[in-house]
Each structure stands twice: as C-alpha cells, then as structure tokens.
Design a protein around this ligand. Structure first.
Ligand code: GDP
Length: 313
C-alpha cells in the first residue's frame, strides 16, 4: 500500500498523480478532518471530499473545490430564504454531504460513510479520515476563536493568526483503517499540503504520529513550497505563526523525526535528511504523474527495497 497524508489541494493533486502510477487498490489517502464543519444541517468534510473529487476526476480545478459543472440552486434558494450561504456547496456537492450526514445519523463511523461516498463516485482508491472522532481546527484571531472554515471564507484567511487550536486532537483515536494502511505501507508520503493546518491535525492524532514515526516503510514529505513560496492559500502565514521558515527548511523542521526524506525544488545545503530536487509544480496531469513517480522512486531508495511496482501509462 502507498499511503498519502493530505489536506486539500496540494495533497489531493499528488494523490491524483499517484493514481496514474500505482494500482488504485494500492493507494490509501489519509485525509485531514480538522476542517469538518456542520452547516445547513449537514456534515461537510472539505478535505476528504476534495481528495475524492480529485481522484474521481470531478474536481472543479478552476474554483479549487467542489464538482465541475455543478449547479447552485440550493445556495440560491437559501439566500432568497434569508439564510446567508457563506459556505458555498454546489447541488451535487451538497448531495455528498447529505449522504454522509444520513449515514452518520444511522450510526455509521465517519470512515464507513466516507468509503460509501468514495465508492459511489466510482473511485477505487481508498480515502480514510484521520479519525472517526471529531477534531476541529480553530484559529484565534483578535480575541476571537474562529472555526477554520470561517477563518478561510468569512475572513478570507487574511485576519491575524494569534493561535491554532486543534480541539479534540488530544483524545482522538486514529481511524483503525488509517493505522492498518500505515502498518502495511511500502511508502508513506506527506503530501504538499499546509504543514500547520492540513498535515498538522493528522499528525496531532497521537496514534497516527506514533505509527508513522515507527513505520518500517520509508516516509517522505513533498514540499508545498514552489520557488520558496506557497502556490495558494495561507500556508506562508501559518508557517510564520508556527515559527517555521518558508521553503524546504520549514518542511524539514515541521516533520523532524518523522520523515526519512524530502522532495522539493530547492534542496538545502547540508540537510540532515535525504533530499530529492525536482520540479514540484503540478500544473498538468503529466506533471502530477511525474512528481508521483519520482517521489515513489526516491522513497524506494531510502528503504533499500525494490521500487514499488509501477504501472506505465
Ligand atoms: P487547502 O488549502 O485546504 O486546499 O489544502 P492544502 O493544504 O492541501 O493545499 C495548500 C497547499 O498546497 C499550499 O501550501 C500550496 O503551496 C500547495 N500546492 C498547491 N498546488 C501545488 C503544486 O502544484 N505543487 C506543490 N508542491 N504544492 C502545491
């Protein structure tokens, strides 16, 4: 099994690239649920859904979230009913959330509900939430505490970051399926997602962190910094808040003790871990596939094991 830890965009794009180079059944994405939110009566899992839409080739790449070609009747109706539709869910995207909510209310675990959604969209790879227990990322800003989605959407991620709290992380158990995947992994990849608010909450689940630290498989991180800058989103502001230098050095620092190697376009001089320097911008399917392939080959050199079986395209 190839395991990828992912938030939204960065990790999801790499996961999509991996789908071209390993059989779908051998790919497991462990997704961040710190962004999950209850809105309009449904349970939204932004990161697991983003990953799933990427894997299903349904993603609206222009907008960066949701389903391509989706309609927006429900949001328009909510607005005319006087409900501010600040959290934009297209109609089909909302259907994903309705299904999840129905399954959760019937007593299913979040992991099982996610699997139903993933299979329903025809994806043969596995997407596992990091935990079945609630973990909620909150941003302290100007004396207030904002759930992450409110910080991102209502505040446009522009408000000052005075603190990051991961409510529930201390007591959250890992999803058993996530631990099983790590246990049987040939390679574990920390995707190029925000280290503080996307990968951070996954690693804040103690059982996951310990399993990765003790994994026999090689663990590699792919840097979300391209040319030293974040491609999109507030990664730079969150790294600055966390005291992480921007660029490869910040990735090495964020994942110290966990990773055997780092992939970036700006390798460091004299780094303490193995490095692969390569083009890490995933603007096209070919670039996503190429980064996925070279990352796995690099990981295989770290374990000294045979390169994971790849499927040529
Ligand atoms: P999101 O902000 O919730 O969508 O989630 P992520 O944390 O997964 O995604 C944001 C991160 O993805 C940013 O730090 C970006 O720099 C990174 N990212 C986006 N596209 C690319 C890419 O093509 N290559 C790399 N290396 N990183 C990327």
């Amino acid at each position: 099994v190839i395991v990828v830890l992912a938030g939204g965009t960065g990790g999801a794009k790499l996961a999509r690239g991996l789908l071209d180079v390993v059989e779908a059944e051998r790919l497991t994405v462990i997704a961040n649920t710190g962004d999950d939110v209850e809105v309009y009566g449904v349970h939204v899992s932004p990161d697991p859904d983003l990953v799933t839409y990427w894997l299903a080739d349904l993603i609206d790449e222009q907008r960066g979230y949701g389903i391509r070609g989706d309609s927006w009747e429900t949001m328009a109706a909510l607005e005319s009913a006087g409900r501010d539709p600040w959290f934009r869910l297209g109609d089909r995207d909302l259907a994903t959330c309705l299904l999840r909510t129905e399954l959760l209310r019937a007593g299913e675990r979040l992991t099982a509900a996610t699997e139903r959604i993933v299979r329903g969209l025809g994806v043969r790879a596995t997407v596992v939430p990091m935990s079945d227990d609630p973990v909620r990322t909150q941003i302290a800003s100007r004396g207030r505490k904002l759930p992450l989605q409110e910080f991102m959407i209502v505040e446009h991620a522009a408000a000052p970051i005075d603190g990051v709290e991961l409510l529930g992380a201390d007591s959250a158990r890992a999803a058993p399926e996530a631990l099983a995947a790590i246990d049987s992994a040939e390679a574990i990849v920390l995707g190029p997602s925000n280290p503080v608010i996307s990968i951070g909450p996954i690693l804040a689940v103690a059982e996951i962190r310990e399993a990765i630290a003790g994994a026999s498989a090689p663990v590699v991180a792919v840097s979300p910094f391209v040319g030293g800058r974040s491609v999109k989103g507030p990664t730079e502001a969150f790294c600055e808040h966390a005291g992480l230098p921007l660029g490869t050095a910040g990735v090495v620092q964020a994942y110290r003790g966990l990773v055997d190697g780092v992939v970036s376009d700006q390798p460091l001089d004299g780094a303490e871990i193995a490095q692969l320097g390569t083009d890490t911008l995933m603007a096209t399917p070919a670039r996503r596939r190429e980064l996925a392939r070279t990352t796995l080959e690099f990981a295989a050199t770290l374990s000294g094991a045979n390169a994971p079986q790849t499927r040529a395209r």
